[in-house]
Design a protein around this ligand. Structure first.
Ligand code: GAR
Length: 219
């Protein structure tokens, strides 16, 4: 059984879909710990509700990113995970930390990467006059939001859309995107080789596999 550690900073709705997927058997993995850099993250309550171990490592207690990342790695390794999923974890990670978990750390980002790495993705997509937005799950590499994409789901941007309405529409897609990708990894179908994401032995396209938004099936 794949051992999964989830890192969060906030509400944890993506965490919830992973907890549910593992609990109901859709994802052959076990969430062994949830770690937050914020003590008041609601996601910690979700984890506790599910009977999962939680830890808080407050980044403000550390002199710099290196020391925070060292403490985080120490706690992650304690749980001996096969996979680490960043689920709304809002910290930039050092290159050394990322290298330590190369090929076994995933992130979900609320844009159609390579568009809009970083923050305020929905407002930036609206301001640019884009007709669609979405989310991407990718392997984490040293480049912020720049690791090889695994899968994307898109949604339309509507006339007079607000960033918060668009965020809700995207989040609904995140909730089916992330469990699918974590399932692929847990089933041993997904790997990172030479900075290329491979699914079922085949290199994925540059933007990852596009999940069909009309038909809610992901194989
Ligand atoms: C999600 O939209 C996720 O894609 C985004 O934060 C939200 C977390 O929601 N992540 C990032 O922006 C990472 N840079 P959640 O806490 O309800 O899962």
């Amino acid at each position: 059984m794949t051992r999964l550690v989830v890192l969060i900073s906030g509400g944890g709705s993506n965490l919830q879909t992973l907890l549910d997927g593992c609990h109901n058997g859709d994802i052959p993995a076990e969430v062994v710990a949830v770690i937050s850099n914020k003590a008041d993250a609601f996601g910690l309550k979700r984890a506790q509700q599910a009977g999962i171990a939680t830890e808080v490592i407050d980044h403000r207690q550390f002199a710099d990113r290196e020391h925070f990342d060292a403490a985080l790695a120490e706690r992650i390794d304690h749980h001996q995970p096969d996979l680490i999923a960043l689920a709304g974890f809002m910290r930039i990670l050092t290159a050394g930390f990322v290298a330590r978990y190369q090929g076994r750390m995933l992130n979900i980002h609320p844009s159609l990467l390579p568009k809009y790495p970083g923050l305020h993705t929905h407002q930036r997509a609206i301001d640019a006059g884009d007709t669609d937005a979405g989310a991407t799950v990718h392997f984490v590499t040293a480049e912020l939001d720049g690791g090889p994409p695994i899968a994307q789901a898109s949604v339309p941007i509507k006339e007079n859309d607000t960033a918060s309405e668009l965020a809700k529409r995207v989040l609904a897609q995140e909730h089916r995107l992330y469990p699918s990708v974590v399932r692929w990894f847990a089933e041993g179908r997904l790997t990172l080789v030479n900075n290329q994401a491979i699914l079922d032995g085949t290199p994925l396209p540059k933007t990852g596999r596009l999940l069909d938004t009309a038909n809610h099936e992901a194989t």
